[in-house]
Design a binder for this molecule. Sequence first.
Ligand code: HEM
Length: 613
Amino acid sequence: MAELTKLVIPLEGQKLIVLAMLLLNGPYRKALAPDLVRPINDKLVAVIYERMPHPPRNFAAQDFRSVDGADRLGAAYMPYAQSVIPGPPSKVALPSPQEVFDKLMLREQTFDADGKRTEKVVDNPDGLSSLTFAYGTLVIHSIFRSGLTDPKLNETSSFFDLSPLYGDDIEEQLSVRNRTGRGLLAPDCFVDDRILFLPPAAAALLVLFNRNHNHIAGELLKNEKEARGWTDPVLLQWDTRRRNKQDDEIFELARLVNCVHFVNIVITDYVGGVMGRTRDGGGWPLNAEVFDKINLPDRAITYADNPSEFLMATHVSRGDGNLVSTEFNTLYRWHAVLSEIDVKWTEDIIAAALNRRDFENLTPEDYIRAFRMAQPPHEDPKQRTFARLVRNPETNFFDDNALAKLIFDATEAPAGMFRANGTPLVLGFIDVRGIQRARDVGTCTMNEFREWLGLPKYTSFEEWNKNSKVAAAASELYGGEIDRLELYPGLHAEGILGDGLHDYSSEPLRVNTTRNGLLLDAVTLIRGDRFFTTAFNKENYTETGFADVQRDITNRAYGGCVHKVLMRTLPNHFPEDSVYTWFPMTTPAEMKKALAANPEGWSFDRPAIPPAK
Ligand code: HEM
């Protein structure tokens, strides 16, 4: 093992990423001498982080230097970054987006004798549940909100700031607050009405984050009152100025803390799951201290040929800011992984409103009309509902049982697999628009993106996807030239070798582009955020807030964090011994297999719903 470690130190780029991740993986990690884990982890983080430019080199929409130079990196209403500057456009015309979608991305369909259509769902091979991608929609809606009139503009900030809950400007934020001096959000509401158009587990999760905020605000007021000089809010009811000031302070602190809960789940349950590592106890593929100070030579990669300098201390930067890019906006459009129930839910809403079940020629207008008819969004976000949930007329809360049911249903539903021909027909027009959008904003090709990530370029369509039918269709669309393959279909119809990151044995350098990109992006976004790094301390978060978000890497979920929010916000629904509590992003059926050798103390059954009050 020591020999293997020596191998890692002089490596660089992609080879280092693959080998270091292998060494840090479960069984190998245990065999590593403890003092070797840290240097390998640190070099891995350095290589990943330094590969992304900070700040980005280019803005997708910025043809001229801004007149006042006052751009704030990552603020809402900034243009997307363009990480890869594409080469000159090919003189040969590109295929129509619809044709690209139909041949490479449309979920396989079969028709029975009566013409009834069935879509072939391939369950996610890592056992991920639909809840993973409900969470995923909260993640992507936190950082992407492409302008309707100008898709090069991002109307939300590039930070994991739970903007679907809190909004993108002060007016939106105030629309979900009541400013009683306690820093609370109004009961069970959120700002972003895009979430109402998604399968309801996403909205249910957001409601739980609302409750989590209010729990945190309550604890802060209780425990930090003296230290912060806060007053009992009852005594402030006639003093609007002081009441608002106190409310703002508690609110902003609770928001900071709540965002760390959100990102802790991203790091552990979510990215760990998507990388295929939750089931076998792998969790987050990097050392948990990835966002801490790292002391290494400034550009660790350039020290590759001098291993003795590897441990020399300077530092790897962090907290520099973020600007999400147009390439990653393309990468995250994971419509192929939608579960059968999520697709059915979407289809049923559209069919009921439009009175037809053929989804071939949907338009954005059809789509919006269907959702507005199904559940007209209330003007006031405090009164909005979803999935036909009803608010308690006295408290304005939703029924806990109804929320828990939505979470349990999504936990049991197997997500789909990342694969070619995986996007459900009903989301077809969204992908077609996405392909066109990627062209309009000047997105690079698949191979340009891979090269930028440090991955070897594909040399043939067969290498990109071993399924000969998919490879032949793509080759035909792009005139046999793999370098012309666009990023959108390139990512979403890419084949997975073995099961992606797990199978290094036969072709060690072949790593799936999406997973590779996800890891890079997650490290970059979180490490670039000062509130998760340089400003993450007791002074800024208070003793109470800082203690609340500490992760326990020895817990039953291999360090996962989602159970904390579930148990806290629905205290009667998530039992201590249930896989629904600790592993809701993997289906219970899959967790039963994963824990088969050691099932004592685990319940795999759906938790009982308490009698309605
Ligand atoms: C049934 C579930 C879903 C529905 C109905 C849906 C619908 C949509 C719609 C309507 C758009 C806007 C397209 C446009 O304006 O051109 C969109 C964009 C997008 N979707 Fe989905 N989506 C779903 C699930 C997901 C999931 C699970 C993910 C990934 C975790 C995802 C990632 C994205 C991304 C990254 C965008 C671009 C957002 C932007 O640029 O502002 N979607 N989706």
